[in-house]
Design a protein around this ligand. Structure first.
Ligand SMILES: O=C(O)c1ccccc1N[C@@H]1O[C@H](COP(=O)(O)O)[C@@H](O)[C@H]1O
Length: 211
């Protein structure tokens, strides 16, 4: 099984180049000002286009005004948006219908009601299942009980997120969920917020090849 991989929370130009050389399927840029991985107001759009050719660019947003989302997508020529707040199925659909790929993130814990996903079917490209944690919206570095995913039976593929590090890759392998399309890594691969450890990511890439 070929698993896609996404490296999220990038900002530094040289670090972006170094991660791009590993050719992850997706690279994520956080446009949520309250995040410690926020790209910043003067993030350089030009360098982003030239560095990333094969890797798809994903903008991460939390309850952002849809018009602001669209203008950032256009400015940075993003391929996907990752909506990590309480965005509606209609908002996802409207972005998708205009040709923008959509990841819709959901915060999962033992009380998560998987039936709320029904209305998003066909209106997103991927679900992204992250850990529900107190305070903030993502980047907590905490895993959730992945056995809860046995309750997920829809046809939309999903990425697994939340505290994934090198040690729990064997557990990802054992998941064996037929709609698991890939993994999203972030804080566990950082030297500091928004600066990734290239050696760890190289190791991850090697492990994913063995899937
Ligand atoms: O990383 C952040 O700061 C962040 C802020 C707001 C929304 C999403 C954010 N990151 C996303 O969180 C998940 C899990 O990250 P981690 O592995 O637990 O650190 C990942 O999808 C990031 O894209």
């Amino acid at each position: 099984m070929k698993l896609l991989w996404k490296v999220c929370g990038m900002r530094d130009e040289q670090n972006i180049k170094d991660v791009a050389a590993l050719q992850p399927d997706f690279m994520g840029f956080i446009f949520f000002k309250k995040s410690k991985r926020f790209v910043g107001d003067d993030f350089d759009a030009q360098s982003l286009h030239s560095i990333l050719s094969k890797t798809k660019k994903v903008g991460v947003f939390v309850n952002e005004d849809p018009e602001v989302v669209r203008s950032i997508v256009s400015k940075y020529k993003l391929d996907f948006v990752q909506l990590h707040g309480h965005e509606s199925a209609e908002e996802c659909n409207s972005l998708k219908e205009s040709g923008i790929g959509v990841f819709k993130a959901f915060a999962v814990d033992e009380d998560f009601d998987f039936s709320i996903l029904n209305e998003y079917q066909g209106k997103v490209d991927y679900f992204l299942f992250d850990t529900k944690a107190k305070g903030g919206f993502g980047g907590h570095g905490i895993t959730f009980d992945w056995s809860l995913l046995e309750q997920y039976s829809l046809k939309t593929p999903f990425l697994l997120a939340g505290g994934i590090d090198l040690r729990n890759i064997p557990e990802v392998k054992e998941l064996n969920h037929k709609m698991l399309a890939g993994i999203d890594v972030n804080s566990k691969f950082e030297i500091e917020p928004a600066f990734k450890n290239i050696e760890m990511l190289r190791d991850l890439k090697g492990q994913l090849k063995l899937f």
